[in-house]
Design a protein around this ligand. Structure first.
Ligand code: ADP
Ligand code: ASP
Ligand code: MG
Length: 409
C-alpha cells in the first residue's frame, strides 16, 4: 500500500463530466489498496473569471479581499469531487486550505507555505476516506485566506505530499508529461520520460507553466517523487522528475526550450558611466518589490553608457514610473521601454560538458533574421530576448536545430 497525492488541474476538472472521470480514476487507485489525497484546482477559466469580477469593482483590487474571491473556485471543486466520489460509493471528505491548516505568510496573491497540519488528513485516510483538498490556498497567522500565485495548486500538492511523506506526487494535467517544449506551439515536441530537477527548475522559472516553479523547489527540497501525467489517458508513465541524471550517455545536450511572453524591457539611455549607477537605478526598483530579470550595461562611450533590464510585464508601468523619477537624479538622457519582447531559453544539463551551444543558438536565430536584444546564460541554460512577434518562429527553429524532435539514440 502506498500513500499517493494526486493533483488535477483546471481542464481536468473543467466540467462535472470531467469531475466524474476524476472520481473514477481516484477510486481505482484506492481500490488497488492505496491511500489517496486529491488536490484540485478551480474549474478551468474560473480563477480568471473571479479575478475579473473583482477588477470590475476596483481596478487594482485590495490584496486581502482579492484572495478571498480568487480562492473560491477551488472550494467549489472540492465539494463537487467529494460528491462525485460519494456517488460511486466511496468515503470522501473535503477540506479548504484553511480547514487543513495550510499555514502561509501574509503575502496575499503570492503567499508562501510555512507549515501543513497533517492531523486531519491522516485520521481521515486511516478511516478509509479519500481526502480532497483545495489547492492554491492557505491561511495566515491572523486567519486571513491567502493564495499561492497562479498555478499554485501544483505547490499545494507537492507541499502536502512532503508533509505526509507520500510515496509519490502525481500532477495530472491536459498533456501526458513534460515535453521538449510546449506542444501547443511545436506539434513535433516530444514527451521526456525523465527530466532532472535542475532542468525542470530552469524550465519552470523560464516560463514552462506545466509546473509552478515553487512546486519544483519544494519537491527538490523535500525529495518528493514527482510525476506529470495526463488525466485524459488511461495509460502512460508520464514524466518523472529525477534527482540524478541517469539518462543514456548519448542523451541530447539540450533537454528543452522554454519561453516567456510575460516580460518587458526598460532602458536608461545616456547615464554617466561611474560607480554606483547600477545601484541608483535598480535600488528603487527592487525596493518597490519588482523582480528584475536580465540586466545589461553597455560599454561606455564618452563617459556615458546605456543601462537595460527586464521586468514582468505586469510590473512595467510601476517600474517605468520609478525610472522617470530616477532620471534627473542620475542625469540620464532618456528612459525607453518595450513591452513587445519575449524570452526564449534552451535548457539542458548536457551543456556543462559541451561547447558551441550558444553559437548554434545565435546562428539559428540569425538564419531567420531574428534580432537578439539581450542574452543571459547560466551553467545549464542560455536565454535571449527577442521581438515578441518572432517568438513562435524562434521556438520552432531552435527545436529543430537542436534535434529535439528526434528520438535520442
Ligand atoms: P493545469 O491546469 O493542469 O495546471 P496548465 O495549463 O497549468 O495545466 O499546464 C499544462 C500546460 O502547460 C499544457 O497544456 C501546455 O500547453 C503547457 N506547457 C508549457 N510548456 C510545456 C512543456 N515543456 N511540456 C508540457 N506542457 C507544457
Ligand atoms: N486556480 C489557480 C489558477 O488558475 C491555481 C491553479 O490552477 O493551480 O492559477
Ligand atoms: Mg497549472
Amino acid at each position: 500500500m502506498a500513500l499517493i497525492v494526486q493533483k488535477y488541474g483546471g481542464t481536468s476538472v473543467g466540467t462535472t463530466e470531467r469531475i466524474k472521470c476524476v472520481a473514477t480514476r481516484v477510486a481505482k487507485w484506492q481500490a488497488q489498496g492505496h491511500q489517496v489525497v486529491v488536490v484540485v484546482s478551480a474549474m478551468s477559466g474560473e480563477t480568471n473569471r473571479l479575478i475579473g469580477l473583482a477588477k470590475e469593482i476596483q481596478s487594482s483590487p485590495d490584496a486581502r479581499e482579492l484572495d478571498v474571491i480568487a480562492s473560491t473556485g477551488e472550494q467549489v471543486t472540492i465539494g463537487l469531487l467529494s460528491l462525485a466520489l460519494k456517488a460511486i460509493g466511496r468515503k470522501a471528505v473535503s477540506y479548504t486550505g484553511g480547514q487543513v491548516r495550510v499555514l502561509t505568510d501574509s503575502a496575499f496573491s503570492k503567499a508562501r507555505i510555512l507549515s501543513i497540519d497533517d492531523h486531519n488528513i491522516r485520521r481521515d485516510l486511516a478511516d478509509g476516506n479519500i481526502v480532497v483538498v483545495a489547492g492554491f490556498q492557505g491561511v495566515d497567522e491572523a486567519g486571513s485566506i491567502t493564495t499561492l500565485g497562479r498555478g499554485g495548486s501544483d505547490t499545494s500538492a507537492v507541499a502536502i505530499a512532503a508533509a505526509l511523506k507520500a510515496d509519490e506526487c502525481q500532477i495530472y494535467t491536459d498533456v501526458d508529461g513534460v515535453y521538449t517544449t510546449d506542444p501547443r506551439i511545436v506539434p513535433e515536441a516530444r514527451r521526456l520520460t525523465t527530466v532532472t530537477f535542475e532542468e525542470m527548475l530552469e524550465m519552470a522559472s523560464l516560463g514552462s507553466k506545466v509546473l509552478q516553479i515553487r512546486s519544483v523547489e519544494f519537491a527538490g527540497k523535500y525529495k518528493v517523487k514527482l510525476r506529470v501525467l495526463s488525466s485524459f489517458l488511461d495509460e502512460g508513465d508520464g514524466t518523472l522528475i529525477t534527482f540524478e541524471d541517469d539518462r543514456h550517455m548519448e542523451q541530447p545536450i539540450i533537454s528543452g526550450i522554454a519561453f516567456n511572453r510575460d516580460e518587458a524591457k526598460l532602458t536608461v539611455h545616456g547615464v554617466p558611466d561611474r560607480p554606483g549607477i547600477a545601484y541608483q537605478i535598480l535600488g528603487p526598483v527592487a525596493e518597490a518589490n519588482i523582480d528584475i530579470d536580465m540586466i545589461i550595461q553597455n560599454v561606455g562611450h564618452d563617459g556615458m553608457t546605456d543601462f537595460s533590464f527586464t521586468v514582468g510585464r505586469g510590473d512595467y508601468d510601476r517600474a517605468k514610473a520609478i525610472l522617470d523619477q530616477v532620471q534627473s537624479r542620475v542625469g540620464a538622457r532618456e528612459i525607453a521601454g518595450d513591452k513587445t519582447i519575449a524570452k526564449v531559453s534552451v535548457v539542458g544539463v548536457g551543456m556543462r560538458s559541451h561547447v558551441g551551444i550558444a553559437s548554434k543558438m545565435f546562428r539559428t536565430l540569425a538564419e531567420e533574421s531574428i534580432n537578439i536584444k539581450m542574452i543571459s546564460t547560466s551553467e545549464i541554460k542560455i536565454s535571449v530576448v527577442i521581438d515578441e512577434k518572432y517568438l513562435e518562429l524562434a521556438v520552432r527553429v531552435l527545436h529543430k536545430a537542436f534535434e529535439l524532435d528526434q528520438v535520442p539514440a
